[in-house]
Design a protein around this ligand. Sequence first.
Ligand code: AMP
Ligand code: GLY
Length: 434
Amino acid sequence: MRILVVGSGGREHALVWKLSQSKLVDKIFCAPGNAGISQEAECIEIRPEDISRLKDFARKEKVDLTVVGPEAPLAQGIVDEFNNYKLRIFGPSRSASFLEASKVFAKELMAKYNVPTADFKVFDEPDGAKRYIKKIGTPCVVKADGLAQGKGVVVARTPDEAYQAVKSIMEEQIFGEAGRRLIIEECLEGQEASIIAITDGRTVIPLASSQDHKRVFDYDRGPNTGGMGAYSPAPIVTEGVFGEVLEKIIYRIIDGLAKEGIEYIGALYAGIMLTSEGPKVLEFNVRFGDPETQAILPRLKSDLAEVLFATTESRLWRYKNLDWDGRACVCVVVASGGYPGKYEKGKEIIGLEEVAKMKDIIIFHAGTKRLLPTTQQSTVRYLTDGGRVLGVAGLGEDIRSAIDRTYQAVEKIRFEGMHYRRDIGRKAITEFIL
Ligand code: AMP
Ligand code: GLY
């Protein structure tokens, strides 16, 4: 089988890494990939949003299966376009992708089909939004409707913060069209977890639970990022909670979409808050999570290529359950100095070779670039090329040993300005003990 993976982050490296272990896979391409991915796949210089060129490439290279990492091409209709050309692709259609691309669409669908989520109201002009904030008070959450690279959500602790969020989204239009409408919703309290499932529209197979760490600094302080680390499984997602999330959230939303005439095929990610009233949805994503995937896939024993291929052929019923490694996995994201704000690129990364030799450690590259050997320099060198640079994943008998092993590896890596959280996975231990 010839596979094309679309995207360039740690999530895509984890997908390529796992897919390359399949006996069914002969060749993997990645568009555009990164330095780590280029060790396992042939990277091609096509942007994920360049759907027309990706389609031409898949036709020319006789790609049997395309797997899409990020949301942007999904929201732009890459799946519909590939289907028009009878090219097999794993991911939801453009209309199904609205579940992530429009928070208003997602919230209204949840309300209609009784999927538990925070109470909310939709606004298309700032004055009404501000009056509503005054009425409900703070804390409250202000969300831009459209895609804003994870930056369109403000958890406002004071009215001023909430008014400022409305102003930036609607008056200053910092997210452009994505902020034409906004949502103000009730602030939920509790622990967050991520539940990702794969579905062909009929059968739904959940992946192992996980937890992301969105804030940049330890103890969940500082601004939100794309995710600073993850672990799997999340002990707070007990069997009971897991069942409830599937029944009341995942199945209901897929059924709801079907009733609206929209078939959902692909990975469906539910970001959940575990509140005292049970699990409630914070957001849906129409793809695998990043960095959750880097902590989940090292634990997957089943053949991912087989499962994703079966999904595109409506044959998922054959795989009722996936086979999981019982060990825990922790992934620590190593970021550039300044991230999630301004950062510099091009810093040489030291220590990768030493870490590569460590048992049960996998290095997933995100923002990296490779310098090939020259007459002056005999070895390949790796440079930073993005905000999130690497995801270092480690397996351990339990979460505690996975944490220890992963940080032993992270400590061997160095580059100028590098920073990472030192508390990834700690919540799993305290929650477990409490
Ligand atoms: P979202 O992109 O909608 O998941 O929001 C990003 C982050 O904002 C979430 O991971 C939560 O930490 C926080 N958040 C979003 N909605 C709420 C809410 N209703 N109550 C509390 N926190 C929220
Ligand atoms: N980890 C959050 C996301 O993938 O959106």
